[in-house]
Design a protein around this ligand. Structure first.
Ligand code: PHE
Length: 355
């Protein structure tokens, strides 16, 4: 009897037994694996005398097909039985009520950040990001706030090490430094994100949000700053006109510096922006100090521009009538259900994100 016939008979016999899936797979690899019996026979073909080669190859192919078909048939059969068994066991009771389904809401702060980003991207600002854990240099020194500068105390900084080299950024202004160090002017960016100060009451939380703005080019002046902020506030509050005032102030990294208030009134318990004779501070700004530009290797005799830092949480509180800042961060689902936004409800002043 030829070798091939022996192989065939031996394995046909084996396959007649009642086998489980792993036993069949074992036979499959014994036959057709890398060093399988049939595989080796195929390797042998070349060494067979030419007169017998054709017949040998044809017999081998027939045997291969026969065994392979049988193995596949057996595997299919077992798999089908398994599926049928499962189908019988795992019955679905379609009369059961559905599981409760809760739809998520977008947090007002996230919503406000999206709105702010979309408004600024309309007028050519791109979005930058920086880390919450900053180094002392980017947060203070590079921003013209050297050691012992009184402004450092005003920030109630959370330091992360004894040497006071690492800290939780107290404002988004270090993103100005990061942006200008990594690219060449002009710059026209906003940088929304988390900021931290050791402070907590109805209008202050140790973690809060700011959006930084920076526009540096050859001929940017304070008129551009006013125009930009005026446009932004009108768009954000969706009003045609606003009252805005620039109050002289001081920041080490801008000169001159100003704080900006917007006019509002309270009617029937609601805040109305753009009318009335009350003022509310919403941001700090100014023309970027030449020392800051020097620190990031930008020539202040060629480039200049403005920067601003807006309190995001405060804007969200005003626009959406939320009166306690701390409630933003309480993680109360009932609160979020009330003040949050439907992910599919697109606000009127939303034009898509450039991020
Ligand atoms: N970083 C300042 C603050 O947190 C705000 C600011 C930003 C002021 C940019 C001027 C320019 O108070």
């Amino acid at each position: 009897m030829s070798d091939l016939k022996k192989i065939k008979d031996k394995f046909l016999l084996k396959l007649k037994n009642q086998l489980n899936l792993s036993e069949i797979n074992q036979i499959k690899s014994d036959l057709f694996g890398k060093n399988g019996i049939v595989t080796l026979q195929f390797k042998k073909i070349r060494s067979i005398p030419e007169t017998e080669r054709k017949k040998f190859a044809s017999d081998l192919n027939i045997i291969k097909d026969q065994l392979q078909d049988l193995i596949n048939l057996k595997i299919n059969k077992i798999e089908n039985t398994e599926i049928n068994k499962k189908l019988k066991k795992e019955k679905i009771d379609i009369t059961l009520p559905e599981r409760p389904f809760t739809k998520g809401k977008i947090h007002p702060v996230s919503q406000t950040i999206d709105e702010i980003s979309s408004i600024f991207s309309e007028i050519g600002f791109s979005v930058e990001e920086g880390p919450d854990v900053e180094n002392e240099y980017n947060n203070f020194t590079a921003l013209n706030t050297p050691d012992n500068h009184p402004a450092r105390d005003m920030h109630d900084t959370f330091y992360l090490d004894e040497k006071k080299e690492k800290l939780l950024r107290t404002h988004t202004s270090p993103v100005q430094i990061r942006t200008m160090l990594k690219d060449k002017p002009p710059f026209k960016i906003i940088a929304p994100g988390r900021t931290y100060r050791s402070d907590s009451d109805q209008t202050h939380s140790p973690m809060f949000h700011q959006v930084e703005g920076l526009h540096i080019d050859k001929d940017i002046n304070m008129g551009h700053l006013k125009g930009c902020l005026n446009y932004f506030i009108k768009e954000f509050f969706e009003v045609d006109s606003i009252k805005m005032r620039f109050r002289p102030s001081h920041f080490p990294f801008t000169e001159p510096s100003a704080e900006v208030d917007i006019g509002y009134k309270i009617k029937d318990g609601k805040i109305i922006i753009g009318e009335g004779d009350k003022w509310l501070e919403i941001l700090g700004c100014g023309m970027v100090h030449p020392n800051v530009l020097k620190n990031v290797k930008v020539d202040p005799s060629k480039f200049q521009g403005y920067a601003f830092g807006i309190g995001i949480d405060r804007l969200a509180m005003l626009k959406y009538g939320i009166n306690d800042l701390r409630s933003f961060f309480d993680c109360d689902y009932r609160w979020l259900n009330h003040f949050g936004f439907d992910p599919l409800d697109v606000p009127t002043n939303y034009r898509g994100l450039s991020r």
